[in-house]
Design a binder for this molecule. Structure first.
Ligand SMILES: C[S@@+](CC[C@H](N)C(=O)[O-])C[C@H]1O[C@@H](n2cnc3c(N)ncnc32)[C@H](O)[C@@H]1O
Length: 247
């Protein structure tokens, strides 16, 4: 568990190869001082990624549309996206919908097929109760009756691509902090247990906390020394859980 202080373009290429790269760069959507777009990191991330690895990037659609060529130019191919829906959001314009979601898009190396990318599809137990009908075959051949059983909670099903989670409003260390549970989902899906996660724009180190909770190794990088110090303290205060010991 390491947080480096400095520019990820200088420091992170030395620490790969990564099983998973998480990137939550400034979106560059506003004129706010901290919201300056960072260029040039994508080819470096591509070079630092294992063949079976993938890159998950947080961005607004506006930001993706203005930078979409940069992903292809760097050797990345689109894989899939999820939408994080939050309980409140930002309103930069009074004449637009209130924005209560973020896009998180997964890219793979363009030279590697999707089938070779590490992908442990996550399931959820929140399916509703349902009755499942199936044929019941008696011990002797001949007569076949219809039978059924009731599944109490519906059993596991694929996680949905729209995930509602409260943001860290009121207790955040960083103004654009991401929920640890959302990062846990991405990490469990796209990084093997014990694998190495690179968090190129670490902010408060939320992804470091998620790695500690999921038993993945973590290297984060943050350019702001004060924020990097907060991230280190945050990660140090988290007790590690190991698979199988969670309730
Ligand atoms: C959107 S925030 C990340 C928030 C983080 N995901 C969290 O949950 O706390 C982007 C961060 O990237 C940092 N940053 C900007 N340029 C950087 C660079 N070139 N290298 C490393 N970090 C950078 C900013 O200081 C900021 O803290």
């Amino acid at each position: 568990m390491t947080i480096l202080t400095g520019d990820c373009r200088d420091l992170m290429p030395m620490h790969g190869p990564f099983d998973l790269i998480l990137a939550d760069p400034p979106y560059g959507d506003t004129s706010l001082a901290w919201d300056r777009r960072v260029d040039g990191w994508l080819p470096l991330a591509r070079a630092a990624l294992k063949p079976s690895g993938s890159l998950w990037v947080f961005r607004s659609l506006r930001s993706f549309m203005t930078t979409s060529r940069a992903f292809a130019d760097a050797g990345f191919a689109y894989a899939q996206e999820i939408v994080w829906e939050k309980q409140n959001g930002s309103s930069f314009h009074a004449d637009r919908f209130k924005r209560v979601h973020e896009f998180v898009v997964q890219f793979r190396r363009a030279d590697v097929p999707w089938s070779a990318v590490y992908n442990d599809v996550q399931t959820t137990l929140d399916a509703v109760a349902r009755t499942v009908r199936r044929k019941k075959r008696p011990p002797h051949t001949g007569h076949i009756d219809a039978g059924h059983y009731v599944s109490e909670h519906g059993g596991p099903r694929l996680m949905r691509s729209v995930i509602f989670l409260r943001n860290a409003y009121g207790r955040a260390i960083h103004p654009t902090e991401k929920p640890v549970f959302l990062l846990e989902i991405l990490i469990r899906t796209s990084c093997p247990p014990g694998g190495l996660v690179g968090d190129w724009f670490a902010g408060s180190g939320a992804a470091g906390e998620a790695c500690k909770l999921t038993d993945r190794r973590y290297i984060g990088c943050e350019i702001d020394p004060k924020m990097a110090e907060c991230a280190r303290a945050r990660i140090a205060s988290v007790l590690p859980f190991t698979e199988g010991t969670r309730p």
